[in-house]
Design a protein around this ligand. Structure first.
Ligand code: SF4
Length: 232
């Protein structure tokens, strides 16, 4: 089976998962209630699969879907300010065909990069339990097995710890923005999460994210074109 077919098969499995009762209840409750300003939208309300290029050599690894972001749109890091900040940077770095990701059918493509998360269902207060994290990490492990990635960019300490946990790294090195760590066939890069809390306060600037993505491209051998030739 082709890698893209294996990933599509895994996606179907993820999207139908109901393993964690608390998260299933929360994701579906949020999808029913909706935010007042989004009342006309149909929320996804299911686990959010990985998204990107099956031939990716860079994986961007996040925490979990946002209740009114990816849990609404069905695409990871899509539909909230964190995603807007991230996709703008991916576009600048030549990894994305458009500077904004709007929904699953907007035609956006990624080149050389895959976006994944430790947990695939939106958790209350963005805080999955250790049991929920460990249950869901098996999906990320299978993605990493299927992809031929060399670099994993971890957005935030939770993603950093989760990535090192699934790679069986002991002792786990401490998270820091710009940290690099060799873990088996992967280089793990630390990057502050593009949450509003970080981007509105200047803890994470566009330039800082540019630098991390440029380093990921360098380590992975991905070219970083000056002009984005993915633009459609
Ligand atoms: S968090 Fe992961 S393991 Fe738990 S229900 Fe969602 S997809 Fe399944």
């Amino acid at each position: 089976m082709l890698r893209s077919e294996e990933l599509a098969k895994l996606e179907r499995e993820i999207v139908s998962c109901r393993h964690c009762p608390r998260l299933v209840a929360w994701r579906e409750e949020v999808a029913r209630q909706r935010r007042a300003s989004l009342k006309d939208e149909t929320y996804w309300g299911r686990p959010v699969p990985g998204f990107g290029d099956p031939e990716a050599s860079v994986v961007v690894f996040g925490l979990a879907p946002a209740a009114h972001g990816a849990n609404r749109t069905g695409r990871v890091f899509t539909g909230d300010r964190s995603g807007d900040f991230l996709f703008a940077a991916l576009y600048r770095a030549g990894f994305a065909s458009k500077p904004i990701s709007r929904h699953r059918d907007d035609g956006l493509r990624l080149r050389g990069l895959w976006i994944s998360a430790a947990v695939r269902c939106a958790p209350p207060q963005n805080k999955p339990t250790p049991e929920e994290r460990d249950a869901c990490l098996s999906y990320a492990a299978r993605e990493l097995e299927l992809l031929d990635a060399k670099v994993v960019v971890c957005l935030g300490a939770f993603a950093w710890d989760a990535a090192l946990r699934l790679l069986g790294t002991r002792p786990k090195p401490k998270f820091a923005h710009g940290a690099e760590y060799e873990a088996g066939p992967f280089t793990i890069l630390g990057c502050y999460h593009p949450s509003q809390q970080n981007t509105f306060t200047g803890v994470l600037t566009p330039e800082m994210l540019n630098t991390v993505l440029a380093r990921a491209a360098e380590l992975s051998g991905e070219s970083a074109p000056e002009d984005n030739d993915l633009v459609s």
